[in-house]
Design a protein around this ligand. Structure first.
Ligand SMILES: [Zn+2]
Ligand SMILES: [Zn+2]
Length: 313
């Protein structure tokens, strides 16, 4: 069963975070090139693509390093059955996407105080220990406690990954919250009886209950799938949903219809991730609410997964 060691978890977390950091740097270098050296030719991007020097030999650039990190992440992943039994078989899901999902799905990393083990709270850019009050410097050298996460429903995993819809004010577009059974808009200072449901954005002064990194990696999954040809099972699902939108939303723009289908495909993959993870751990897989309520609604079981018989409750 699922038993990676503490060291393996920390190792994977370290590698995935390093990949994220490197990727961010690559984007910054590209943007900086465009703003500072718009006229210089492409070879001013040696930082990314590598240096060729007759005297000193060749140096690899940041992009080659990124590919190396990706394959090194792959070497760590066999400790997780969800990788070796499923993700590795899904075309388009590479080591980084797999590793990032594993870290986000299974673990909560809580920054703790090196002196007393108390949890740290972020206050105005500083990390303050909630038990002893010590001010701990951040800079990537915090100490973490690893806790296991448990997602009871596929929808709670979707929510964490930022794939859920939330109610918004029709007048100003701000996220509305329920107070005494009524949706209230803080900005318009009035109730919103008929809110619009859409994906929430991060909003100033509001603590988000979902992860923007989760949304970003889920989006990468969608991008990877639509690049595949239609023999790919998730790609085929996308094509089917995209075609269906011509009937259900004939007036919607092409981009809007593609987006709807892409969102559904991403959600399908993420619910499959959740189902396979639970099956592998011998946990019951509750039927989605929609299948419970409508017996004609067919459950789509995970693609590329032979599976063990699910314990449906
Ligand atoms: Zn402390
Ligand atoms: Zn409003």
């Amino acid at each position: 069963m699922m038993n990676p060691t503490d060291l393996e978890i920390r190792d994977l977390n370290y590698m995935v975070r390093s990949y994220d950091g490197l990727n961010k740097l690559i984007v910054q270098v590209q943007l900086r090139k465009h703003s500072l050296l718009p006229e210089r030719p492409m070879d001013s991007l040696q930082i990314l693509y590598g240096y060729k020097s007759q005297k000193e030999g060749n140096y690899q650039g940041l992009i080659a390093l990124k590919h190396k990190l990706n394959s090194d992440i792959g070497k760590l992943l066999d400790a997780w059955p969800i990788w070796s039994n499923w993700l590795a078989m899904v075309p388009g899901i590479g080591p980084y996407i797999g590793g990032k999902h594993i870290i986000m799905h299974y673990y909560r990393m809580t920054a703790i105080c090196p002196d007393c083990g108390g949890e740290l709270e972020k206050k105005e850019g500083a990390f303050i220990c909630s038990s002893c009050g010590k001010n701990v410097k951040g800079d990537g050298n915090l100490t973490y406690r690893i806790d296991r996460r448990d997602w009871r429903q596929a929808s709670s995993w979707w929510h964490y990954m930022g794939l859920h819809n939330a109610p918004h004010c029709r007048t100003c577009g701000r996220r509305v919250t329920k107070e005494n059974g009524l949706f209230m808009c803080d900005k318009c200072k009035k109730p919103e009886p008929d809110p619009v449901y859409r994906k929430p954005k991060k909003q100033k002064g509001m603590q988000a209950d979902w992860s923007s990194q989760g949304r970003a990696i889920a989006y990468q999954v969608g991008q990877a799938f639509i690049k595949k040809n239609n023999g790919h099972l998730y790609r085929a699902y996308y094509d089917k949903r995209r075609a269906m939108r011509d009937k259900t939303h004939p007036d919607a723009s092409k981009a809007h219809k593609m987006n709807m289908a892409l969102n559904e495909t991403i959600k399908l993959f993420e619910s499959h991730f959740w189902m396979v993870a639970r099956e592998l751990e011998g946990l019951p897989v509750p039927l989605p609410r929609i299948c419970e309520m409508d017996p004609n609604h067919k459950l789509i079981t995970p693609y590329y997964w032979e599976g063990i018989e699910p314990v449906i409750t």
